[in-house]
Design a binder for this molecule. Structure first.
Ligand SMILES: Nc1ncnc2c1ncn2[C@@H]1O[C@H](COP(=O)(O)OP(=O)(O)O)[C@@H](O)[C@H]1O
Ligand SMILES: [Mg+2]
Length: 262
C-alpha cells in the first residue's frame, strides 16, 4: 500500500467474526510484507487477550482510553505492543468506560483519528477491530478509517444487522461530511446448507458493488486464534488462507487505483 491505509472491521452484532477477520486480514497483509498496526478498540479485549496481551489489558493507566481523551497527554509508543505478525495497540479494561468518558469530550468521534495520525507514520496499514455495538467507540473507528470491512454470518439475521449498520454509517457521514466506504463484505462461518447458499445470493444482490468474500466454518481458524496467531503464522495449512490473501490483495489494489491522480 502506498502511504498508510486504515481499515476497520465492524458489525454491531457480536460473534459474527470481527476479531477473527481482523486478525487474519492483518496476518495476510503482514504476509504481503506490510507493516501492520492492529488496534483493538473492543472494551472486551478479545483480540488483545487472543494475541497474548492479557497483561496489557489489565495494565494500569495511561491506557488507550487516556490516549483517546488526550493523545498529547500520553506517550503513545508505550501503548504499542510487539507481536510476530503485527504491532498492537491493546485494549484495556478501562475501555469499558470509553463511551461515557468520550461523551464528555469535545468532538468525541474524532479521537482515534488523532491517535492514529501520530502512530501510523511507522506503518503501511492500520486494522481496527471494533466492539459489538454502535456508539462513540465505533464512531471513532468509522471516522478514523472511513473504510469498512464487514463480517456477517451467512444467516437471515444478517439482513437486519447490515441495514442497521448502513443507516448508522449514513448518518455519521452526514454529521461529519465524510465518506465511509464499505470495502469488503465477509460472509463468515459458512456451512453447506441451503440457507447459507440463499444468504450468499442475498449478499450479492443487496451489495453488488462490494466485494464478497466467503469464509467457511473452520476449526482451524479457532485453533490459530487460540494459538495467538493468524492462520498465516501456524504450521498447518488452512484453506481459508487464500480468502484472506485475496482480500488483502484486493484492498491494496483498490487503494493503489484510487491514489493514481486523475
Ligand atoms: N469461519 C469461522 N469458523 C469457525 N469458527 C469461527 C469462524 N469465525 C469465527 N469463529 C468463532 O466464532 C466466535 C466469534 O468470533 P469472533 O471473531 O470473536 O466474533 P466477533 O469479534 O464479531 O464477536 C469465536 O469463537 C471464533 O473463533
Ligand atoms: Mg470481537
Amino acid at each position: 500500500m502506498a502511504g498508510s491505509a486504515r481499515l476497520c472491521v465492524t458489525n454491531q452484532k457480536g460473534g459474527v467474526g470481527k476479531t477473527t477477520v481482523a486478525i487474519n486480514l492483518a496476518g495476510a497483509l503482514n504476509e504481503r510484507g506490510r507493516d501492520v498496526l492492529f488496534v483493538d478498540l473492543d472494551p472486551q479485549g478479545n483480540a488483545t487477550e487472543g494475541l497474548g496481551l492479557l497483561e496489557a489489558y489489565d495494565a494500569d493507566p495511561p491506557t488507550l482510553l487516556d490516549a483517546l481523551v488526550d493523545p498529547t497527554d500520553v506517550d503513545l509508543d508505550d501503548l504499542v505492543y510487539d507481536h510476530p505478525e503485527m504491532d498492537i495497540v491493546a485494549s484495556n479494561v478501562d475501555m469499558n468506560a470509553a463511551d461515557s468518558t468520550l461523551a464528555r469530550q469535545p468532538d468525541p468521534e474524532t479521537k482515534l483519528d488523532a491517535v492514529l495520525t501520530e502512530l501510523e507514520t511507522d506503518y503501511d496499514v492500520v486494522v481496527v477491530d471494533c466492539p459489538p455495538y454502535l456508539g462513540l467507540v465505533t464512531d471513532n473507528a468509522l471516522y478514523a478509517t472511513e473504510n469498512l470491512v464487514i463480517p456477517a454470518l451467512a444467516e437471515p439475521t444478517s439482513k437486519r444487522s447490515l441495514e442497521l449498520l448502513f443507516d448508522y454509517v449514513g448518518s455519521l457521514e452526514m454529521d461529519h461530511d465524510i465518506e465511509i466506504e464499505p470495502r469488503a463484505l465477509v460472509a463468515n462461518r459458512i456451512e453447506n446448507t441451503k440457507a447459507a447458499d440463499n444468504m450468499l445470493e442475498w449478499f450479492d444482490d443487496a451489495l453488488p458493488d462490494v466485494p464478497l468474500y466467503r469464509v467457511r466454518k473452520r476449526v482451524a481458524l479457532q485453533r490459530a486464534f487460540a494459538d495467538g496467531k493468524s492462520v498465516f503464522a501456524v504450521e498447518e495449512n488452512v484453506d481459508m488462507e487464500s480468502v484472506f490473501a485475496s482480500m488483502a490483495e484486493q484492498l491494496e489494489d483498490e487503494r493503489a487505483t484510487e491514489e493514481v491522480p486523475a
